[in-house]
Design a protein around this ligand. Structure first.
Ligand code: HC1
Ligand code: SF4
Length: 563
């Protein structure tokens, strides 16, 4: 075991990739703007500088740990250095913190406070640039960019898209799409991962809070909420609730208090997706057409496939995503009950995802000309609404979801984590709720954080080859290999965000490795304590197939434009 001396204390290390990781392991939260363990090391912000015993100052993120190293992390020289960096950043930064989307969660703001910067000596004479509000998912404000490059590397290295890059030189340097285009003119898929890593308000979520307050106040509108699987393990973050804890009951109570008429579970929509997608897989396996079947619940992935690999468009499942299936069902139910309740029904989805904001506007997600889902609020937006209403989620007594759509299986719950859709479909096809069988499915290789996972299972007397992918760069790798004939699959699940929706672009930040782990564990815990494990064992699923859905399964649950 090697060791180094950090601030005169001995710290052991093994395979940490840089000095910064050893420092953080020792319990010191050294500040950085540009370091993320899953991205390449950029070393540009210089906030993580340390000093060695010979007075040399260096960036700890870019230095390999060596046995016997002696370093100091908070000397007067380092304090001066860090303060100077922040002052210079503030000198060319707009100062509208009170109205900024990142107010309270901005790293620049946090470090200014921590380092005791009370005044900025330099005047900001930088020309103000226009905001880019063209995307349905995120807003880009170049005036708040500190050029850390986190978004650039995330988009390139994790998503393989490279929409954003550095342009111009010196004091004119900017992060922008190529040719200074608006995001809506690029191949941006709206996943919001750039927003999730942005330390300031340079990239923020497109807000739908105001129109939702408006409909909540309108007595002629029945406002129905559906809550996505991954929201419940993240919405507690800003209320001091333990990371990864299931706060569904508290959230339901809070939504009722802020005016939602009914509150349902998107996990129920996921159960419907399992029913339809497993049927579709069996049909395609029998016919041999359009294999592999690609999942369709992640709109960022669907858009990516359409733009970058249009030759595979036909492989995407015709199933609507769970939020869309559920939205269509809720609108149909409202139509059938119009005589008893003449109010207009509007559906608001509470989602971890920014791309879902664009999904609801796509033409195939209208049924008979009516939009299935009217608004998407991210976990971050609903957090703000709950706070604005003066509600402390940690103090709210949990309440049950409304019926009839408040009952979902564990299979529906795990949609929020990479591999969950596949596991849920396999449960349906194996059709056994014996503990050994459920465990065997969970051990096929579909669980875990790797970007590409492979599994082979026996179904109906044949081997079914599966790939589970998270991150669009990994999706490119798989599709390129498929094109080259190097791999062959029958079923491919793709989620754009690393580890799935638990780390979606609309979730509360920061989303570090520990947060991701806690949220993943939280999702699996919901499943392990669920009384119903299989989607086809959810009694409400059977009821809706016999009732509202009868004869309308395709119209309501599938993407009509694709058939
Ligand atoms: Fe997801 Fe899905 S799991 S896509 O990540 O299939 O957003 O949570 O709601 O629709 O169910 C997101 C999450 C979510 C859908 C489901
Ligand atoms: Fe949205 Fe989930 Fe896809 Fe991320 S993985 S873009 S959160 S649907």
């Amino acid at each position: 075991m090697s060791y180094m001396m950090i601030n005169n204390r001995r710290v052991e290390f093994t395979n940490e990739k840089n000095v910064l990781s050893v420092i953080r392991k020792s319990g010191i939260d050294l500040p950085t703007f540009c370091y993320h363990s899953e991205l390449s090391t950029y070393g540009a912000c210089r906030m993580c500088v340390v000093e060695d015993d010979r007075g040399k100052i260096f960036a700890s993120c870019s230095e390999t740990p060596r046995d016997g190293m002696v370093i100091y992390t908070n000397t007067p020289r380092l304090q001066h250095h860090r303060k100077m960096i922040i002052e210079l950043l503030l000198a060319s930064h707009c100062r509208d913190c009170t109205t900024c989307a990142k107010n309270g969660v901005c790293t620049l703001q946090k470090l200014s406070r921590q380092l005791g910067i009370m005044d900025v000596r330099f005047e900001n004479n930088k020309k103000q640039l226009p905001k880019d509000t063209s995307s349905a998912c995120v807003i880009r404000d170049p005036n708040k960019c500190i050029l850390c490059g986190d978004c650039v590397r995330t988009c390139e290295e994790i998503q393989g898209l490279g929409i954003l890059d550095f342009a111009f030189r010196g004091s004119k340097m900017q992060v922008t799409p190529a040719f200074n285009k608006n995001l809506s003119e690029t191949d941006c898929v709206g996943c919001g991962q750039c927003r999730a890593v942005c330390p300031t308000g340079a990239i923020s979520i497109k807000q739908d809070v105001e129109p939702v307050w408006k409909i909540l106040a309108d007595k002629n509108i029945r406002v129905v909420a559906q809550i996505a699987p991954a929201v419940r393990v993240a919405v507690g973050d800003k209320f001091g609730i333990k990371k990864g804890e299931n706060t569904l009951g508290r959230l339901v109570a809070a939504l009722r208090r802020i005016g939602f008429d009914e509150v349902y579970d998107t996990n129920f929509g996921a159960d419907l997706t399992v029913m339809e997608e497993s049927k579709e897989l069996v049909e395609r396996l029998e016919s041999g057409d359009n294999l592999p079947l690609f999942t369709s619940c992640c709109p960022a992935w669907v858009k990516f496939c359409e733009k970058k690999y249009p030759e595979f468009r036909k492989n995407i499942s015709s199933c609507r995503s769970p939020q869309e299936m559920f939205g269509a069902l809720l609108k149909e139910e409202a139509k059938m009950k119009a005589e008893q309740d003449p109010r207009k029904t509007m559906v608001v989805s509470i989602m971890p995802c920014t791309a879902k904001k664009a999904e609801i506007t796509r033409p195939e997600h209208f049924t008979d000309g009516v939009q299935n889902v009217d608004y998407v609020l991210t976990t971050t937006e609903i957090t703000r609404m709950i706070q604005a209403a003066g509600i402390d989620l940690a103090q709210v007594k949990p309440e049950a979801l409304d019926m009839p759509f408040g009952l979902a299986s564990g299979a529906g719950a795990i949609f929020g984590v990479t591999g969950g859709v596949t596991e849920a479909v396999l449960r349906r096809l194996v059709n056994s709720n014996r503990a050994e069988d459920l465990e065997a499915i969970s051990f096929t290789g579909v669980r875990g954080a790797e970007g590409i996972k492979e599994a082979t299972v026996q179904l109906g007397g044949r081997e079914v080859h599966i790939a589970v992918v998270n991150g669009l760069q990994c999706a490119s790798e798989v599709l390129d290999k498929m094109k080259a004939g190097e791999v062959q699959y029958d079923f491919v699940e793709v989620m754009a965000c690393k580890r799935g929706c638990i780390a979606g672009g609309g979730q509360p930040v920061p989303i570090g490795p520990r947060t991701k782990k806690a949220r993943m564990e939280g999702m699996y815990k919901i499943d392990s304590t669920a009384q119903i494990k299989l989607s086809n064992e959810n009694p409400i699923v059977a009821t809706v197939y016999e009732g509202i859905l009868k004869g309308k399964e395709h119209k309501l649950l599938h993407n009509e434009m694709q058939q």
